[in-house]
Design a protein around this ligand. Sequence first.
Ligand SMILES: C[S@@+](CC[C@H](N)C(=O)[O-])C[C@H]1O[C@@H](n2cnc3c(N)ncnc32)[C@H](O)[C@@H]1O
Length: 445
Amino acid sequence: MSGRLCYLVIASAAALSLFGADREFIPYDSVKAILPADLHIAGAAQWVAWCQRQDKAIRARLDEGDLDSLANLLLLGASFTTQPRLPMDQITEASKAGVLRARVDDLVAGLHNPGDNERLLFVRGLLRRQGIDPDGFQDPRQPGVFLYNNLLRALKERISLGERVAEAEKLMHPGDPSSLLNRSSAFRDRGVSLDTGIMPDFLIEQTLRDLKKRGVLREGQVARIAVVGPGLDFIDKNEQYAYDYYPQQTLQPFALYDSLARLGLGKDNGLSVSVLDISSRVIEHIRGARERAAKNAAYVVQLPRDVSRPWPAELIAYWKSLGDHVGISVPPIRPPEIFPGLETRAVSIRPEVVRACEPIDLDIVVERLNLAAGERFDLMVGTNIFVYYDAFQQTLALENAGAMLKPGGLLLTNDRLPEVPGGPMRLAGITAVAKDAAVGWYQKQ
Ligand SMILES: C[S@@+](CC[C@H](N)C(=O)[O-])C[C@H]1O[C@@H](n2cnc3c(N)ncnc32)[C@H](O)[C@@H]1O
C-alpha cells in the first residue's frame, strides 16, 4: 500500500471511530407488537428490566463456554503434554489405556507450573473463579477431580447436542439451500464459546463472490463493516481444527477485510471495521492488538492445515491466499512433533488494518448502537453466533442488526433468523457454499 493510501486508511479509521456511539437496548416501541405473551411485559419500564436480566444471563453463559473450552484443552491440547490427543468419541478406550489419566495429571502439573503458557494462565484464573485452587495447596486432588467432572459434564452435553443436531439435519434438503442454514437454535441453552477458525471465513468469501457476481454488491461499495462475535481461537472442539501451539488469535475481522479487498468490493481508501462482542476476552485481545499496531507492530495469524483431511479445492485455494490483501506471508511457528501432517502458513497483518478494527462491547440480542444515518454499516457478518439463541432472541438480534445497517445494507449469517412481518430485515437470498453449508443474506429494506 502506498504511503498516502496507508495514511488515508489510518485517518479514515480514526475519524469514523464508533467508540463513543451510544449503546441502547432495543426500544420497547419496536418490539411491543411481537412480545411473547408469556413474558408478561406491559410497558417500557418492564421491557428495560427484562433486557437487563437477559443481558446478564447471556453474559453469564461465557464462563460455561470457557469450561467447555477447558474440556477441549484437556482432550486435544498439546502444549502441556506429550500424550496422544483424545477425540471425545475415543474416550472409553483411552481411559482403559490410561491416556486420559495421564492427560489429567499433565494438565494439573502444567497448571501448577504454567510458565508463559497463556492458555494455562487463563485456566488458572478460570479455576479460581470456580472456587478451585489450581495449585491444590489445600487439597492436592481437587484440580484433577474438577477437570474430570468438568469433562464428564461436557461429554453429557455433547451427547444431547449431537441428538439435537441430528434431528435438525433431518430437515436438510440438498435441493433447498434455505434448509442448509442452521435453524434449530441448537446451542440455545449451552455455554457461549469463542471457537473460531478458517471455515466460516471461507463461507463468507464465497458468499461475497456470489453477491458480486449477482450484482447485489458492486465494486468499491463497502466502506463500513461490522463483525458480530469474531471469537478467539483458544482450542477448537473439532480435532482437525484444535491447536494450542500458537498464541490465541482472532481471524474474522482481518479475513473479511481481506476478502472485500480481494474482490474489489471495499472502498479504495480503506474500511472501518466495528467488532461487536460480549466477551471481554475478545474485546481485550483486539484492543491489545490495536495498541501494539499503534506502535507499528503487526499482528501475526497462524493458518494450519492438516493435509491428511481432504479439503475441497476452493477451500485450499482460499487457505493459500488468505491474508494476501491485508498482510504478507511470514515464516509460521513450527508445529510440535505430535502434528506430523500439518502444513502451515502465517500472515503478518499490516498495522493499519489492525488499527481499522475497533472493538465494541455489545450484546446483539438486546443492544444496538445508536448510529447516525451516515455512520451505519454497509455490511455486517455474524457466523456461528445466533445458533446460541432461541427464536425470540434471534428476532431481536435481527432487528438490532437492521437498526445499525444502511438501507440496502446486508447481514450475512449461516443461521436462519425469524423475520418480523413489516420489520426492516428480509431474507433476500442464500448462497449454498457446500452440500451442508450456506450463508443467508438479510437485507435492510
Ligand atoms: C462460536 S464463536 C463464533 C466466532 C466466529 N464468528 C466464527 O464463526 O468462527 C461466537 C462468538 O460470538 C460472540 N457472542 C455470542 N453471543 C453474543 C451476543 N449476544 N452479542 C455479541 N457477541 C456474542 C462470542 O463472544 C464469540 O466471540
